[in-house]
Design a binder for this molecule. Structure first.
Ligand code: MN
Ligand code: MG
Length: 367
């Protein structure tokens, strides 16, 4: 009898504490709005500047996207910011730092300095991060203050993931009634296996790449077992419904079919999703930005757009569930190339030294 009383008491305590944690509102619903922001394929375009023509270009630059980020954060109680990779290389600033000047001792690479300033929650490694070799990448990454993720590149020596394969972000979120909850957001990151061809000289014998979809399937149960309420894939890969094969360069379509993955941040192909390029894709809703029922966003490249996914999460049963989702992108210029946002002056000042050095260097070359 005593035992029964005790188990009843435990049951009661468990039940009441769960109920308390979820704090359902009068109608039994606990609703949390969560906004997910994406930059992708920045290719070292921190400044609104065209180094090839040595003139301002308001169609590119994280100093512009940063203003969209600030506005998007202001509109939402809860938001997260991610970069989808290919951020170190692709313009003369990146080249100058990696190949000419080198990194100054004790100084953080301006790309990661910018990411720290904007308080990214996690970032993905893109295929172009390997272009300057693993040594440069490792040195540069020391300055990044957020989790730097990749799930499908493995060390030849240890047969273990070469980077941090995933993270679980514990975030306090505020529900629609102003109450606070803890949400566990699992994040994985993937890139095309083609890196082994594209960067053979830098990578062979050191790392190897596993297929994106198979690797994602292998890892999501681990994140779930560690309590992830939702899972976001930072997918540095494009969108195509070509018949699936393990070494596809464009895995997003098949990643959306993995049940445990809730959100896919796409990249690599420098295009815009939702957008007309993908109009013919099956099981795709261009209004809500869903593929196979999952929200997907791809924010072009060079900081020209910010990707936004708005989620509404419900906790009626003690388990978080996405009940509404919409994805879209916002540009930094209109169709005529007119600027829609101001420059983030704080960010500009933070990275202007390297920018000016690069411009001086180009001018000295007489290019
Ligand atoms: Mn790219
Ligand atoms: Mg890429």
């Amino acid at each position: 009898m005593k035992k029964r009383m005790l188990s009843l008491l435990i049951l009661f305590l468990t039940f009441t504490s769960n109920t308390f944690a979820a704090e359902p509102s009068a109608d039994g619903q606990t609703l949390v709005n969560l906004r997910i922001l994406e930059t992708t394929d920045l290719h070292a375009d921190l400044i609104n500047y065209d180094y090839y023509q040595t003139k301002m270009d308001n169609r590119i630059g994280l100093v512009k996207t940063a203003t969209l980020i600030r506005l998007a954060r202001k509109e939402s109680k809860n938001s997260l910011l991610f970069d989808d990779g290919d951020h170190l290389k692709g313009n003369p600033l990146g080249e100058y730092l990696a190949r000419i000047r080198g990194m100054h001792k004790g100084k953080i690479h301006p790309v990661y300095r910018a990411f720290n300033y904007l308080k990214y929650d996690a970032i993905a490694i893109g295929n172009h991060e390997f272009n300057y070799g693993l040594g440069f990448l490792k040195t540069a990454l020391k300055g990044a203050r957020m989790p730097v993720l990749n799930t499908n590149v493995f060390s030849v020596k240890t047969n273990q993931p070469y980077f941090k394969p995933y993270t679980i972000l514990n975030r306090k979120v505020i529900d629609q009634s102003g109450r606070s909850h803890e949400l566990k957001i699992g994040v994985i990151a993937l890139m095309p296996t083609h890196i082994m061809k594209w960067d053979k000289a830098n990578l062979e014998g050191k790392v190897f790449a596993k297929p994106m979809v198979e690797t994602a399937k292998e890892f999501v149960p681990i994140l779930k077992a560690e309590g992830a309420d939702i899972i976001i894939a930072l997918a540095h890969t494009g969108i195509s419904n070509e018949p699936y094969h393990a070494d596809t360069e464009n895995a997003v379509y098949y990643l959306t079919q993995i049940p445990e993955i809730d959100v896919v941040l796409a990249g690599h192909s420098h295009s815009v999703f939702p957008g007309p390029v993908y109009q013919a894709l099956p099981n795709t809703n261009m209004e809500t930005g869903e593929i196979n029922g999952k929200p997907v966003v791809m924010a072009a490249a060079f900081g020209s757009r910010l990707g936004i996914i708005d989620l509404e999460l419900s906790n009626r049963t003690g388990k978080w569930r996405i009940v509404a989702q919409k994805s879209y992108t916002k540009p930094i210029v209109d169709e005529k190339g007119r600027s829609l946002v101001k420059t983030d002056i704080g960010l500009y000042k933070l990275v202007k030294e390297e920018h000016e050095e690069t411009v001086d260097f180009i001018k000295k070359l007489g290019l």
